[in-house]
Design a binder for this molecule. Sequence first.
Ligand code: MF3
Ligand code: CO
Length: 291
Amino acid sequence: MYKKIERNAPCWCGSGKKYKSCHEAFDDKIIKYEMQGIRVPDRSLLKTAKDIEGIKKSAVINMACLDAVAEQIHAGMSTQEIDDIIYETTTKMGGIPADLGYEGFPKSVCTSINDEVCHGIPSEDIILQDGDIINVDCSTILDGYFSDSSRMFCIGNVSPEKKRLVDVTKECLEEGLKKVIPWTRIGDMGYAVHQHALKNGYTVVKEIGGHGCGNEFHEDPFVSYVTKPNTGMLMVPGMVFTIEPMVNMGTDEIFVDEENDWTVYTADGKPSAQWEVEVLVTETGYELLSW
Ligand code: MF3
Ligand code: CO
């Protein structure tokens, strides 16, 4: 249950103002939704101005990593070389690759090619081929703040079918972003993503999705795209989460690599694409923090 604090006490947001002249009305609004049975974010999920500043600094590194990959990626390169770029860029800028050692993940970034849905492990033995599509998913820690984004790259001459998957997946993300509206529900966002994929003959992975992010790597809520409108957590200004749909050309069924226990593949071997952004819910809409 969402709890108010004493009216003259300093506000929980760290503004230094009294609660009654800061977040009291905001809390009343949240409580009103909660009383209607709508899931609302815990206060711990609402970022303070200081948190947002920290996340943005972390995101500068996160995006610099992906920019560096964008400049250097080419056919004939190993995915280990991508890992090296991420590690070097992150650490030179004072950050830590969030993936490295996360639940035992052995590398600094995920590199997922063609039918790999996500969590591909960089390797010297994996060489980018002309016609590949690859997702590079980078997560960064700076001063305890987390940023997380991923992009697709097309290597050389990519077939029109695969190029379309990459483009439509980006459009799915953009459709979702249009629905990041404060005081509406996150299921509306997911629904918009899913509908755009279905309309284009694609499917969306249901088991893996986005997440709250910023003060931890993975926070609540789980951000699904296989949702119905008017369901899920209320989007409240100050929330930060990722939108990162995995869109498949064929079946939405997936399986996990038995040997490394990480890499996720499409069950039918058809390609999958993913773009990821980290977004802040604002009073009027959203602000992209990392992309
Ligand atoms: N970056 C992924 C995400 O978007 C998480 C990767 S965890 C790892 O949430 F361990 F595989 F790196
Ligand atoms: Co993520």
